[in-house]
Design a protein around this ligand. Structure first.
Ligand SMILES: Nc1nc2c(ncn2[C@@H]2O[C@H](COP(=O)(O)OP(=O)(O)OP(=O)(O)O)[C@@H](O)[C@H]2O)c(=O)[nH]1
Ligand SMILES: [Mg+2]
Length: 308
């Protein structure tokens, strides 16, 4: 009997691009099946590119989540947009995510210009379809996008509900080269644990704090001690003004306690271990314009404690 031919292995990188709030980070989490990237209702939640690996039977896709496309003013915003441009280099597929419930705006047109990269296929993901009750409307929306650019595939999804995710993986796999896996099949991300933990704290702050705080907050893990029964973490929350520090600490320390408890619960779920978390708050005026501090926040410069 002739030997059954082994199916070819496909592997490559897919970068997720889109406007703020389109649901890029939610999509990354849905695809890899782990809550890697933080998600909030506030725009500009994601500040740096981060990857998540999905490994199927004959396919491995390295997804890269990126900050939402927006106009830059501060040094941090310029860095966020540099991160997007860098994440578009040397990749196999662009996953362009739009909020399908919103009309096509000038910003969307500009984003389309950015994703038109000769030689790189672009898949249009129409997200948040759980909010579109008349499904027939989707055809009209797809037609509008088709008129702007002939995308290589159109995939409606609800990243939040997990609908359409399998179809999206298939659409991406169809554009990946035949290649060996880039990572072992249980590899989830290159992002170090201490960065993920800092992000979990930042997420809780964005969710719990008022409008004026979010963009002014940065979090750094200062100490990380992985003991047999517990991970001991000390982290500092940086804000720009004394008034913001008062908001984060709250009356009698109530707010910081709430942030700490909520972040600890998230961390215990993710790291599957008991967490002891200590939080400090410091004022660092204008940190968003300080290149050296921004370097400290960059996960690529941190040691990976999980592997250390
Ligand atoms: N209804 C609905 N809401 C969604 C869906 N996907 C994401 N959202 C919500 O949209 C908001 C933004 O989601 P994110 O994943 O943080 O969006 P993002 O594109 O990563 O945003 P930035 O990091 O700021 O660029 C959050 O409130 C999500 O819960 C979806 O499929 N349906
Ligand atoms: Mg995001």
């Amino acid at each position: 009997m002739p030997k059954a031919k082994k199916p070819k292995y496909h592997a490559g990188t897919a970068t997720i691009i889109g406007l703020p709030n389109a649901g890029k980070s939610t999509l990354l989490n849905a695809i890899v099946g782990e809550k890697l990237a933080i998600v909030t209702a506030k725009a500009q939640t994601t500040r740096t590119a981060l990857n998540g690996v999905w490994t199927g039977e004959n396919t491995q896709i390295v997804f890269v989540d990126t900050p939402g496309l927006h106009k830059s003013d501060t040094v941090i915003n310029r860095r966020m947009m540099q991160a997007v441009r860098a994440a578009l280099d040397a990749i196999d597929v662009i996953v362009f995510v739009v909020d399908a419930t919103k009309p096509i705006s000038e910003e969307i047109n500009q984003a389309i210009d950015l994703v038109k990269k000769p030689g790189t296929p672009v898949i249009l993901v129409l997200n948040k379809i759980d909010q579109i009750h008349e499904k027939a409307k989707l055809f009209g929306i797809i037609e509008q996008f088709q008129a702007l650019h002939p995308f290589d595939a159109y995939v409606p999804v609800s990243a939040k509900k997990g609908d359409g995710i399998e179809e999206l993986r298939k659409a991406i796999a169809a554009h990946l080269p035949v290649a060996e896996a880039l990572y072992p099949d249980d590899h989830l991300t290159d992002v170090p644990s201490r960065f993920l933990a800092a992000e979990m704290i930042r997420e809780r702050i964005l969710i719990l704090s008022r409008q004026e705080v979010p963009h002014s907050v940065a979090v750094l893990v200062d100490e990380w001690e992985d003991k047999p029964a517990v991970i001991r973490i000390a982290a500092t929350i940086y804000v720009e003004r004394a008034g913001q520090k008062s908001i984060i600490v709250g009356a009698g320390g109530a707010m910081i306690k709430q942030i700490g408890t909520a972040a600890r619960v998230e961390m215990e779920k993710f790291f599957d271990k008991k967490i002891f978390l200590e939080l400090f708050v410091k004022v660092k005026p204008d940190w968003r314009n300080q290149p050296e501090f921004l370097n400290e926040l960059d996960w690529r410069r941190m040691v990976n404690d999980r592997d250390a």
